[in-house]
Structures are given as C-alpha cells and as structure tokens.
Design a protein around this ligand. Structure first.
Ligand SMILES: Nc1ncnc2c1ncn2[C@@H]1O[C@H](COP(=O)(O)OP(=O)(O)O)[C@@H](O)[C@H]1O
Ligand SMILES: [Mg+2]
Length: 367
C-alpha cells in the first residue's frame, strides 16, 4: 500500500483522511499536538522544525507532503538527503514559503503581478509610497497567513517593527474588482488538471466565501486563469495541488497575488462541487496516480467558512437546509478561529449562495 506522510495536522490534513481511505492510501500525519484537527491519523506528534522528529516520522513513508508551508529548508533538505520523496519538491516549496522570492520568480517568468519592491528601511518605504499614491500594501516575506503579515500602509512608521526583522515586500494597492483562485494539480512527470476558476471573498484578509465557478467568468477569464495556473505549475515544477490567488482588475486583467503548494481554502468547495476534490487530487498527484476528473457536479457550488465555533448542538437548526453539507474541523472554539465550513450546491447561483449563507449564519459564533 502507498503510504503518504503529511507534515502538519490542521484541517487540510484532516480533509485528506477520507479520500486516502477511498483510494487505498495509508495516510500518516505528523501533528503538532494530540488535539490537532487531523488527530485521527496522527501517527506522530511533534515539532515539524526538528530534523530528528521529521526523519523518524518519514521512516516507512513513500512520500512526504504538507498541510502548511512552514517546514524549514534544513528539515526538507535532511529528508531529501535521507532519500525520502518530498512532494512538492523543496525547490518549488522554497518559492511558496517566501513572498519576496515568489514575487521575484513570478515576475522573471513573465507572469502578470502587481507593481512591487523590497524595503529594508523606512526611506525605501517612503519612496515606494510616493510612487504609488501614498497607500500601499506591505507583507512580511515569511510566516504570514490569513491576512497576518499583510497591512495597508500610508506611513513607514506603521511597519517599523517588521523592518527591524528584515526585508519587507511592498506592493501597489491593487484596485481589484474581485479576487479569484485557480487550482491546478500536477503529477511528477507533468500531467496537469485544472478546475474552473473560483471567486473568493476575503474578510479582514481571511477567506470567507468561495463560488465555483466564478460568476460571469466568461470563457476568456476561465482560459486565461487556467493557462496561468498550468504555466506556473510547470514553470516551478510543482507536484500536488497548486493554488494561484488572482486579482481581477477593473480593466479586466488578471494579476497573480500569491501561491500555495497544497490544498487551499479556495478549493474546499470542490469536495461537493467537483467530481474529484482537491484533497483526493493532491493525494493522487503526490502518489503519482492518474488524476481524476475536475468537472463540476452541479452548475454552482458555494463554500462559506465558519469561524469561532461550530457546535454540534446547532446541527438540528439546519432544518430545511439539510442538503447543505457541514464540515466540522474538530477544533476547540476560539474567537475568529477557522473551525469549519459549509457547502451548498444547486442550479441557481443566487439560491445556492442564499442557502450556504443561511446555514453559515446558524453557526455564526457568539463567543
Ligand atoms: N497588492 C494588493 N492589493 C490589494 N489587496 C491586496 C494586495 N495583496 C493582498 N491583498 C489583500 O490581502 C489579502 C491577503 O493577502 P495575501 O498576500 O494573500 O496574504 P495571506 O498569506 O494572508 O493570504 C488578499 O487576499 C487581498 O484581499
Ligand atoms: Mg492569500
């Protein structure tokens, strides 16, 4: 049996468990703690930054893959040196781990990106601000997620703390009409599969709502997004699922925001929305199995995140919306924490959005 080891025990690892069972793959998870979201398959608990812990976890595993992009390069190198297959490859992962490297590489490869620069001191921030209308975006290169490490900046003093820790990525504040995400899966030898581009809505920098396919995405947008996704996956030699976050500008251009080389919040909607979910496809790709169909199973699928708590005593209140699917990540309640999601499918976009929102509302936390 193929054995896949996942580093990180969050909800992404958790949502790989069902598909692994279906595909006949043995999934093992290196979780952070005994109450991690993917605890059901946590065969080890330990620190993913510790080389010995990770090497021990990798013994008897055919392929190592990831629930997050925070595994240090030294740990990845040690795995490769020990002869372990790491997918995606550490050289590709390095680009997803560092937003400055990501911008540089995407730019060099000729992909459309926002205007960007790197600042090491407040003078350089002031210069970039002056060239971009006095309002810009600043990002810490590493460790950010869900809007942490991203700020709108009008004064260099706002990011003096970040600057004291190293270079900061600066970007023009893109006047986007909406955000999209293109998911692609790629096998080691280069076979790819793309899902239709989705529309994503972020609240306070955190993904909150996803619609498959992106409404009013005409064939041109679908094709351009799919082409960007495929080209990046091939250019960087990504194995597994790659998510390409995109800005659609008011004048109809697509700019690449950031990349994630793993299943992504924008792809949870594929569980019910698509013939093959991103989780199943990620496992197929990293195990080097043939990829599954990415066709949609319904005209529309809408995913809404649940934050704070997703208490089971509210399941009964779902009532007339019992066709909306519930995904509970088994996490302890905490204000603002992503604890689950709901997905509605249907023939009519507005009705599908309505039903997903109605159920998400039932779980809106009051903690
Ligand atoms: N250059 C930009 N212009 C306008 N909005 C941006 C820009 N960069 C990021 N954002 C907004 O901030 C959100 C989070 O930024 P992102 O770089 O994707 O960080 P994270 O790693 O937290 O997802 C984006 O989804 C978008 O809404
Ligand atoms: Mg993002």
């Amino acid at each position: 049996m193929t054995v896949i080891g996942v580093i990180g025990g969050g909800q992404l690892a958790r949502m790989m468990i069902g598909p692994a069972i279906e595909l006949g793959i043995e999934l093992r998870v290196l979780a952070e703690s005994a109450d991690s979201s993917a605890r059901d398959r946590a065969t080890a608990i330990g620190d993913f930054r510790d080389i010995d812990t990770v090497l021990r976890f990798a013994e008897g595993v055919d392929v190592i893959t990831f629930d997050h992009e925070h595994v240090p390069a030294e740990v990845l190198d040690a795995l490769v040196a020990a002869g372990v297959a790491v997918r995606p490859d550490p050289s590709a992962l390095a680009i997803a781990q560092d937003k400055i490297a990501m911008r540089r590489v995407l730019d060099e490869l000729g992909h459309p990106v926002p205007d960007w620069g790197v600042a090491e001191d407040s003078g350089q921030v002031a210069e970039f601000l002056a060239r971009h209308g006095g309002r810009i975006i600043a990002k810490t290169p590493r460790g950010g997620y869900d809007g942490k490490g991203v700020a709108v900046v009008t004064d260099p003093a706002q990011i003096s703390e970040w600057l004291s820790e190293g270079p900061v990525l600066l970007e023009e504040l893109v006047d986007f009409s909406r955000e999209l995400a293109q998911l692609v899966a790629r096998r080691p030898a280069g076979d790819t599969a793309v899902w239709p581009v989705v529309e994503t809505t972020q609240s306070d920098g955190v993904c909150s709502e996803v619609i498959l396919p992106a409404p009013t995405a005409d064939d041109r947008v679908l094709e351009v997004a799919a082409d960007i996704g495929r080209r990046i996956a091939n250019d960087l030699g990504v194995t597994g699922v790659l998510a390409v976050e995109l800005f659609e500008t008011t004048d109809g251009r697509l700019l690449v925001n950031e990349l994630a080389m793993r299943p992504h919040n924008s792809g949870h909607v594929t569980i019910e929305g698509s013939v093959t979910s991103q989780f199943e496809q990620h496992l197929r790709a990293v195990a080097d199995f043939p990829l599954g169909s990415t066709e949609s199973r319904h005209p529309w699928a809408v995913m809404i995140n649940v934050f704070g708590s997703m208490s089971i005593d509210r399941y009964a209140r779902v009532g007339e919306f019992a066709d909306v699917k519930l995904h509970n990540y088994g996490k302890k309640p905490r204000a603002g924490r992503k604890v689950g999601h709901v997905t509605a499918t249907g023939n009519d976009a507005a009705d599908t959005v309505y039903r997903a929102r109605a159920v998400a509302e039932i779980f809106r936390a009051d903690i």
